[in-house]
Design a binder for this molecule. Structure first.
Ligand code: G4P
Length: 528
């Protein structure tokens, strides 16, 4: 197959949702359709169990298992689908944010009863910022939940998406009879726990006025559906693939993942409309997947904290050209040549050494500390990929050295953990004290444990009252100087030397913004 065909057939995406909306279940059903797994339950080990939310060792153990399911690839029809795992657990939100930089589109799963939840809002915001095309799947229609139109309102208001229903439910909970596939004009009737919603399950009807509808779902339900579909057509835009690809229109599907219902409609439509690998911006030029020379970037580093298996795997997203095993590539930041003898691909539970990979693919590289998140690999070009930002952390603590004999080890350990993206380090301008900022509280424990076990260093924490750390930029040198002088106590630098404002409260942040209109405040480092 030509490289162009290989690129065209790839669909690399992530599923985002609030925990418990059904992401794991949906992933599993997609893998079943793709033949990547044969039995249900295979992906469950990937999920961080609820009882483990405060026990990070337990979580790490489960994360260890999850390396293999970080990327799940399968073939469906003539497409190659790469699903990137995006943990819903809020303490791993930053992992998820970064994984979203490596996808070309996303599926958003919403629980019909709970509607739009907090974590979904945050993750969708990240996707929206990147103009990632998103499809929404409203799950658990076999249960009583919110009204379809209310959910669409929520999707538009809270997620700021432009909903475009491509399927519509016929009843819900006890009365759930199936969905009408608006996109294909098909009626799909619900069977509880159907193994596969086969082609036979779909009844093609000319439109909702087809009398077959009354016959199949009963007159009352048919009348209700007709009314609702009329409203859908009146209120919501017709599907426009270009608008979807621009991130301006969001198809919505209804179904029940656990019952494998509505999943095939979603997958069929997804492989048809979702984008093949998209170009990526760099500081030099836009990298097109069709560019003949290989380029890629590291978006995630997984370190195994089990001392018996202390391997690090760096996840590489291929952006252009063909990646080949045992070939010398250029590590742009280190300015060094590097080659990989055991690059791995991930096919659900299986890991395999690969000889070649194409744009859109994710390759796992064994790493001994060469990589840092955002690093690029090329055939020699010194380009830096954009859009792999650090996000403004939400939890902060001072970090101090508790063992003066081990200060070097501590510095090295902290630096490497920051490279992996475990947390962010800021240095206060006034006192030089170091602050660690994380998205989740669990990371503080992880850092302490790993510093001790991997670097022999001991750190202690001291609480600090901070609301947000945001990156600042200002084109007027004088205004910036004044800002730094007036805000001496609130200025810090991140580990790349970028200027950061430490806001004690939402009010201080607002005051700073109001008093210094020339200064721009950013909530992720990429905008600086
Ligand atoms: P997550 O990855 O988004 O966190 O969610 P997950 O798929 O694990 O699903 C969370 C719970 O919701 C699971 O139940 C799962 O079985 C259930 N679920 C998923 N899809 C549907 C659906 O379409 N209808 C209904 N009624 N339930 C659904 P659990 O009891 O937490 O776990 P389990 O014991 O069933 O594995």
């Amino acid at each position: 197959m030509s490289v162009a065909k290989e690129i065209e057939r790839r669909r690399t995406f992530g599923i985002v949702s609030h925990p418990d909306a059904g992401k794991t279940t949906l992933t599993e059903k997609l893998l079943l359709f793709g033949g990547a797994i044969q039995v249900a339950g295979a992906v469950k080990s990937n999920k961080i169990k609820k009882h483990a939310t405060s026990d990070f060792m337990e979580i790490e153990k489960q994360r260890g298992i999850s390396v293999a399911t970080s990327v799940m690839a399968f073939n469906y029809r003539d497409r190659k689908v790469n699903i990137l795992d995006t943990p819903g657990h809020k303490d791993f939100a930053e992992d998820t944010y970064r994984t979203l930089t490596a996808v070309d589109s996303a599926i958003v799963v919403i629980d019909v009863a709970k509607g739009v939840e907090m974590q979904t809002e945050k993750l969708v915001e990240v996707c929206r910022m990147r103009e990632t095309p998103m499809i929404v799947f409203i799950n658990k229609l076999d249960r009583e939940g919110k009204d379809g139109f209310d959910l669409l309102d929520e999707i538009e208001e809270k997620l700021k998406l432009k909903a475009c229903p491509l399927s519509w439910p016929i009843g819900m909970g006890q009365r759930f009879q199936g969905v009408y596939n608006i996109y294909k004009k098909e009626l799909v009737l619900f069977k509880q726990h159907s193994k596969h919603a086969d082609e036979e399950d779909a009844i093609v009807i000319s439109d909702v006025n087809d009398p077959i509808l009354d016959e199949k779902v009963g007159e009352a339900a048919a009348a209700e559906l007709r009314e609702e579909i009329e409203v859908v057509h009146e209120v919501y835009p017709d599907f426009d693939q270009e608008a979807y690809l621009r991130g301006e229109l969001n198809p919505v599907f209804f179904g029940s993942a656990v019952n494998n219902f509505g999943v095939k409609e979603l997958l069929d439509c997804f492989v048809e409309i979702a984008p093949s690998p998209l170009p990526r911006e760099t500081d030099l030029r836009k990298v097109e997947p069709s560019d003949p020379k290989f380029t890629g970037f590291i978006f995630k580093i997984h370190a195994n904290i089990d001392p018996k298996h202390r391997d690090r795997i760096a996840f590489l997203r291929i952006c252009s050209g063909v990646f080949k095993r045992n070939t010398n590539y250029f590590h742009v930041r280190n300015e060094k040549k590097i080659k990989f003898s055991n690059p791995t691909s991930f096919m659900a539970e299986r890991k395999e050494v690969i000889d070649e990979a194409y744009p859109g693919d994710i390759v796992g590289l064994y790493d001994t500390g060469n990589f840092k998140i955002g690093d690029g690999l090329t055939e020699g070009e010194k380009l830096h990929f954009k859009g792999i930002p650090s996000f403004s952390p939400e939890q902060f603590r001072y970090v101090d050295n508790a063992d003066p004999m081990k200060s070097k080890q501590l510095a090295k350990g902290i630096s490497q953990l920051m490279d992996e993206g475990v947390a962010q380090l800021f240095t206060r301008q006034d006192t030089g004290r170091k602050i660690i900022g994380t998205v989740g509280a669990l990371q503080f424990e992880v850092i302490q444990y790993r510093l001790k076990n991997e670097y022999g260093a001991t750190c202690s924490y001291e609480p600090i009252n901070l609301h947000k750390a945001c990156w600042v930029q200002c084109d007027h040198a004088a205004a910036l100087k004044e800002f730094i002088a007036r805000r001496k106590r609130d200025i810090a630098y991140d580990k790349d030397g970028n200027l950061v404002f430490l806001a004690e409260s939402a009010w201080t942040l607002k005051m700073a913004q109001d008093n210094h209109p020339e200064v721009e405040f950013f909530f992720n480092s990429d905008m600086v």
